[in-house]
Design a binder for this molecule. Sequence first.
Ligand SMILES: *Cc1c(COP(=O)(O)O)cnc(C)c1O
Ligand code: SF4
Length: 346
Amino acid sequence: MIPRTTPYCQSDDSPLAQADVPATHWQTVLASAIREPSELLHYLNLPQSLLNGAIAASQSFALRAPLGYCQRIEKGNPNDPLLRQILPLDAELISDQHFKLDPVGDLAAMEVPGLLHKYHGRVLIITTAACAVHCRYCFRRHFPYQENRAEQNWQKAIDYIQSHSDIHEVILSGGDPLSLTESRLKNLTDQLLNIPHIKTLRLHTRQPIVLPERVNSELLSWLDSLPWKIVMVLHCNHANEIDSSVASALKKLQQHQVTLLNQSVLLAGVNDNTETLIDLSQKLFSHHVLPYYLHMLDKVQGAKHFYVKNEKAQQILNEVRQLLPGYLVPKLVKEQAGEKSKITLI
Ligand SMILES: *Cc1c(COP(=O)(O)O)cnc(C)c1O
Ligand code: SF4
């Protein structure tokens, strides 16, 4: 999920903007997400000294965190691993020439607006700018979503997929594709139904983790209606992100034959140690989710304080590999602009 010109937090492509239909429960929950730095600090009993930095950093990429996610954060602990993922810090304002606006070369790989065809057999579609949470390290925190969303150009994306019979898998990404309502999702998938070479639909989403209310009966019915194998790649970075409400959302998805995988980002101060990654793999597996990828941080402007060096990453992963069965060890990967697949470091 990743690239930039206008910060997408300023976009109005929010599920809440669809004002003509009554809000469903998950939209109401999302509407009450914390967006004000002062509110977050107050809610979590955090020191006021964090306020100025949080306000400054949230100017270019807004704060957004659902209340249910905030409830999993330890009060009074500025170093909580979940808090670090959502709290804007003045460290984000430090600029460094190696930390760029489009770190993975998404714009160069854009075949039609919103459609990325970088890797053999798979296309990735940027469906929407909206996310339920704003992750401070997001590699698409600067992506020019307004000009590059597939939805307004959907016919071009369909034509592209139709004319490339070697494309077997369509990946819905974003933003978070589950920010779209079922009717909008269905509009997208209805048009894929007549393309025989599609076998698998993949969703890259963080919503079952950060907004488990999103996994409702309407979503499950839409998934049930689809003729393809469904793979959902979740995004969870720390075992504490999985509470009982997340567990029940995951269980429902499994009951509807969705294959669940997880991708994480290796983040300094969040999960950059052996024990935390082992806990995460074990917790995921206890909910029948397999760890898929552990991403090296993409060097995006504003995220330098999350960076973990290659040597340290490889050392941690080697330790994890010695202690866990192979199926619980995620592949350590790096996205390289212009490459034909992700680069596996270990
Ligand atoms: C990661 C990614 C994919 C999927 O790659 P897998 O290795 O199949 O998970 C596809 N397209 C783009 C642009 C990606 O970044
Ligand atoms: S959910 Fe994904 S796309 Fe959205 S802010 Fe987080 S990392 Fe970025």
